[in-house]
Design a protein around this ligand. Structure first.
Ligand SMILES: Nc1ncnc2c1ncn2[C@@H]1O[C@H](COP(=O)(O)OP(=O)(O)OP(=O)(O)O)[C@@H](O)[C@H]1O
Ligand SMILES: [Mg+2]
Length: 237
């Protein structure tokens, strides 16, 4: 059996004295998509930020078989983690091309040209706008650029915080196609989504987060078929 890419056991995250994530456990293998769905304020972003090292975390976290709690954010990126934050942080005054090139800093120039072509193949819109300033891009284009930049670091684990937020349905479809292609390529994906229906369809594992805890967890197909979850998160379609 291969080593999981990411394993969390009984992970807790606090803001000062207030605990926002209570004892979460999960495991994501190569080529798997694990999605976390849940209401606003459930603790989803907090969990991703803590995995990335932006917030301190208690409990056990293993990345590719190593305990990495002592690693800085930069070291985590260099070892194969990437986070596309809810805020889609970009270097606003810099061009599309320079934003993508900065995403490749962990590669030290190795094959960065090929990776750039791979990103343009996934997101042709970025190639058309190669010299446009990032802060003049539309919402959907910014999301593509943020994802493209994350891909330039060749992540083993790609964490996406609400990638479809505020995007038109066609662009959401494009983003989900890219996520599916990454999975085929063996990348592990940890996906947070308000669009629970699309996320559960794309993922193979899922958890429902409520008030900082996972209240249901299992195969995405089982979560998607759970009557209580359908009522609360999927509506009657
Ligand atoms: N910097 C902070 N300081 C104190 N509390 C915070 C901080 N950031 C978030 N919280 C609180 O932690 C809880 C979880 O927030 P979080 O942003 O993780 O939720 P979420 O599930 O991502 O919600 P959403 O779907 O709205 O993005 C919330 O009660 C929030 O108010
Ligand atoms: Mg959030």
């Amino acid at each position: 059996m291969s080593t999981p890419i990411l394993t969390l056991q009984n992970v807790c995250v606090s803001y000062g004295a207030v605990e926002a994530v209570h004892g979460v456990s999960l495991s994501v293998d190569e080529g798997e998509i694990f999605t976390v769905i849940g209401a606003n304020g459930a603790g989803k972003t907090t969990l991703l930020n803590a995995i990335m090292g932006l917030l301190p975390l208690r409990g056990t976290m293993m990345f590719q078989g190593r305990a990495i709690s002592g690693l800085s954010i930069e070291e985590r990126v260099a070892s194969g983690m990437a986070l596309v934050a809810e805020t889609r942080e970009l270097f606003g005054a810099m061009s599309v091309l320079d934003n993508l090139r900065l995403g490749a800093w962990t590669q030290r120039g190795k094959r960065a040209g090929d990776d750039l072509e791979a990103v343009f193949a996934r997101f042709p819109r970025l190639k058309e706008r190669i010299s446009q300033r990032a802060d003049t891009m539309s919402g959907g284009e910014r999301q593509m650029l943020a994802m493209g930049r994350a891909l330039m670091s060749r992540p083993r684990l790609l964490m996406l915080d609400e990638p479809s937020l505020g995007l038109a349905p066609r662009i959401v479809g494009d983003i989900f196609k890219v996520i599916a292609a990454l999975r085929q390529q063996g990348t592990a994906v940890l996906l947070i989504e308000q669009n629970a229906r699309a996320a559960l369809a794309a993922a193979n594992q899922a958890a429902v987060m409520e008030l900082g805890s996972f209240t249901s967890q299992g195969p995405a197909s089982a979560i998607a078929a759970d009557p209580g979850i359908i009522r609360s998160y999927l509506g009657l379609h």
